[in-house]
Design a binder for this molecule. Structure first.
Ligand code: ZN
Length: 143
């Protein structure tokens, strides 16, 4: 006499093998809008000879309005940055107020935003965000 009790469940298990993770070597975030997931951040304003005056005004507004630590206005390429730049230091507590304001007031300027951890290479590869057009960083100095 046949019973149903031993009939195997024919539902096929969906294999996860096909989803094996690719592991690219330090993928650079492509035009990713900043996310508040780090304790500390830098924003680097990117500009050139034509936009340095605007950058100077923006830098002063940031210092006054947000009481953030603003670096000097470099008129040469420094560090991994492919353009002239100015560094602003801020925290996750400043993020939600500062980021939307900066995005609305940057007037088309490219701004690199990156998390600041104890790993400078990751900070300039995996922890990178952009306001505006992304640029390619020279990370060879961190390797
Ligand atoms: Zn930085």
């Amino acid at each position: 006499m046949l019973t149903d009790s031993n009939i195997a469940d024919n539902t096929e298990a969906i294999s996860d093998n096909a989803k094996a993770r690719a592991q690219p070597d330090f993928p650079v975030s492509a035009n990713q809008y900043p996310v508040n997931e780090f304790d500390n951040y830098h924003a680097h304003l990117y500009y050139d000879a034509d936009s340095v005056a605007f950058a100077a005004r923006l830098r002063e507004q940031i210092a006054e309005k947000f009481d953030l630590s603003v670096g000097r206005l470099h008129e040469k390429n420094v560090g991994p940055h492919p353009m002239w730049s100015c560094q602003i230091t801020f925290t996750g507590n400043d993020f939600d107020r500062f980021m939307p304001w900066l995005d609305q007031n940057r007037n088309g300027m490219t701004v690199l935003v990156h998390g600041v951890t104890d790993n400078a290479l990751k900070d300039h590869t995996e922890h990178v965000y952009w306001l505006g057009e992304a640029a390619e960083l020279d990370t060879s100095i961190f390797r």
